[in-house]
Ligand binder design. Structure first.
Ligand code: UDP
Length: 422
């Protein structure tokens, strides 16, 4: 094995640098009451040493959340560090399997996979020094860290972002002993708690979107249109999009099938699939390549990635310009993209699964669907009833404003930290 190989095989806990954010900037969006409540709580938590650990600093919802949450926690006076597991293809191959298995895919757990997971977690745990009051570990990738350290003053929180309501028994049986050592386990909804999980205190906190991030902040309509047109989209014709990692659970194939059904009645329709490649998701390229083969046969199917110039700003524009946003997930922990689209006043047609119904209901934000046919029918309906589509989207926007904006998540997290230290 070369030195370079060895380097890519060893997980390290890399520190992530974040931008500066000011909680005061959010006052005009969410109002005084919420900001004042956060400020009051923050005075009690000043100086608390908090560490977040997850698998990647970019791509996917957890990275999106932490890029906003960590700067706001810093602005609240906490001493916050964010660390990620880096450059470990073998670990990410194993843990993507865990991710799939926890979302219900039947899996076989090999001794090699177990060994990679345990070794890497043990190796990373040795880099921690116990200098934190609270450590929040996100998702399964680093979940075994507390197993390998003993820091008497540190409280451990496991933050699960995926739908673990029906996990594969082999993989869950392997991971459960690690999770059971935590002080607190946080799920998006009570339905996600595996039935045999005992030990940690359970908390339920939904994620949120950042209305001031490049992904979500207000943009002039003309700029969005110019930007999307530059990618070859014809803005005189209707556009449906899905923004999601290239992942079978996001069902990009189903989106293409739904688009084809819509096209039978509305031949002008165009489809854009926008998918980021996350470092910790080795399946992405396979799905991407298979989708590209299909897209090559139809000039009205467009595929974009963060590697071909569609970053946060461009996603913002696409979500604003699209006539309908699709999120045809089969399983979904939350699906930040749903709230992102609703916040921009764009109606959504989404899989009736996981955390999606928390964010929208039929007639509030869009429609929930259980099949390709239903998806196509609802998309066509929205495209041909523009006044109603606008009213439906407006109700979705209100729901996001009241429930799923970053200051609400910040408040919930600070309450969690305080109650965990009590
Ligand atoms: N995303 C992006 N570019 C893409 C695809 C996704 O920026 O090409 C972002 C998306 O806007 C959202 C996050 O990645 O903020 C995905 O989070 P979500 O909760 O929807 O799904 P996850 O990837 O965590 O399963």
């Amino acid at each position: 094995m070369s030195a370079a190989d060895a380097e890519t095989r060893t997980a390290t806990l890399e520190l992530v640098g974040v931008k500066h954010k000011s909680l005061e900037d959010y006052r005009r969006i969410v109002g005084d009451e919420l900001i004042d409540e956060i400020r009051l709580l923050a005075t009690r938590l000043k100086g608390v040493r908090l560490l977040h650990v997850n698998s990647t600093a970019s791509g996917g919802g957890v990275a999106e959340l932490l890029n906003s949450l960590v700067p706001l926690e810093l602005d609240c006076g906490l001493q916050v560090e964010w660390r990620v597991l880096c450059k470990d293809e073998e670990l990410f191959k194993a843990t993507k399997g865990f991710h799939n298995a926890l979302q219900g895919m039947r899996s076989v757990l090999t001794p090699d996979t177990e060994q990679v997971y345990i070794e890497r977690n043990q190796h990373c745990a040795a880099m921690l020094d116990g200098g934190h009051d609270v450590v929040i570990v996100h998702d399964p990738q680093p979940a075994a860290l507390p197993q390998f350290v003993s820091f008497p003053g540190t409280r451990w929180i496991w933050r699960c972002h995926i739908d673990t309501s029906n996990p594969d028994p082999n993989v869950w049986g392997f991971l459960r002993p690690f999770i059971q050592t935590y002080d607190v386990a946080v799920f998006t909804m009570p339905e996600f708690v595996p039935s045999d999980l005992v030990g940690p205190r359970m908390e339920f906190i939904p994620p949120a979107i950042d209305p001031l991030s490049p992904k979500n902040r207000a943009l002039p309509k003309y700029l969005c249109r110019e930007e999307v047109a530059e990618f070859g989209i014809d803005l005189s014709r209707p556009l449906m999009i899905q923004v999601a990692r290239f992942d079978p659970w996001k069902d990009p194939q189903g989106v293409i099938e739904a688009y084809r059904l819509v096209k039978q009645d509305l031949p002008q329709i165009q489809l854009a699939l926008v998918g980021a490649m996350a470092e910790d998701d080795p399946e992405g390229w396979d799905v991407y390549n298979s989708i590209r083969e299909v897209a090559a046969l139809d000039a009205d199917i467009h595929i974009f990635t963060n590697l071909t110039g569609v970053g946060a700003h461009e996603v913002n524009s696409f979500q604003r310009v699209a006539d309908v946003v699709i999120q045809k997930s089969i399983r979904e922990g939350f699906g930040l993209v749903v709230s992102e689209a609703l916040w921009k006043g764009t109606p959504v047609v989404a899989g009736n699964t996981g955390g999606i119904p928390l964010q929208m209901q039929n007639g509030i934000g869009g429609f929930l669907v259980d099949s390709v046919e239903e998806c196509a029918e609802r998309v066509a309906y929205l495209l041909t009833h523009s006044d109603e589509a606008e009213a439906i989207a407006r109700r979705g926007w209100e729901r996001v404003r009241d429930n799923f904006l970053m200051p609400q998540l910040l408040l919930n997290e600070l309450k969690l930290v305080e109650s965990t230290m009590a």
